[in-house]
Design a protein around this ligand. Structure first.
Ligand code: ZN
Length: 194
């Protein structure tokens, strides 16, 4: 006969979408629920993202929750040993080692909630989010509202001409756009030069 050993099972939740789609708000909402239930919560964000605060994650609508800024995903493992719930914001700014770290945390029995941009400003999948989506138990895709036409927006449009993949900014640099209104920058340049 097979032995069924009941174990404390962890899992991975991913919250992804364009900028201004409420990813961080949703992450904060879930983490607050866990805190109300007196679960031990540890929250992390990449050191690169200092738009609003270095010791908190802050949503565009100014909701806050205390977090630790780390440079590399391994640091999360080290600081999250005691936690039952691990929250990670702006995951697109971490390298692909984040995937293994999330797997390890979930295998240790922790609930891991990761929020991040799923596409870059070119409309291409933004690693390591695609890899995380593949191994996650639960996926939530959030939508913003297209600033041009009001349809649900799935893309992040960069208003400036900078070409680096990572340019940290908010409404000064980016806006949410739907499939119809999103024009990748290289296409836009082609059209301008014609
Ligand atoms: Zn639109």
């Amino acid at each position: 006969m097979m032995h069924v050993v009941r174990q404390h099972t962890g899992w991975i939740e991913v919250i992804c979408g364009s900028m201004f789609s409420g990813k961080t708000e949703e992450l904060i909402r879930r983490l607050r629920r866990a805190m109300i239930a007196r679960q031990k919560v540890a929250i992390f964000k990449p050191k690169i993202d200092t738009r609003y605060s270095t010791t908190e994650i802050v949503s565009h609508d100014k909701q806050k929750i205390k977090s630790k800024a780390v440079e590399k995903p391994e640091e999360i493992l080290h600081h999250a040993l005691e936690a039952q719930v691990v929250g990670i914001d702006e995951a697109q700014f971490f390298d692909n080692s984040l995937v293994d770290i999330c797997q390890k945390l979930a295998n240790m029995g922790k609930r891991v909630i990761v929020a991040g941009l799923d596409q870059d400003y070119l409309g291409k999948p933004f690693e390591p989010i695609p890899q995380l989506l593949a191994v996650a138990e639960y996926i939530t895709k959030t939508h913003a509202i297209c600033v041009v036409c009001g349809n649900p927006a799935n893309h992040t449009y960069r208003k400036t001409k900078q070409k680096d993949k990572v340019v940290v900014g908010a409404a000064d640099i980016y806006e949410a756009r739907c499939r119809n209104c999103f024009v990748p920058p290289e296409k836009e340049e082609e059209e301008e030069s014609q």
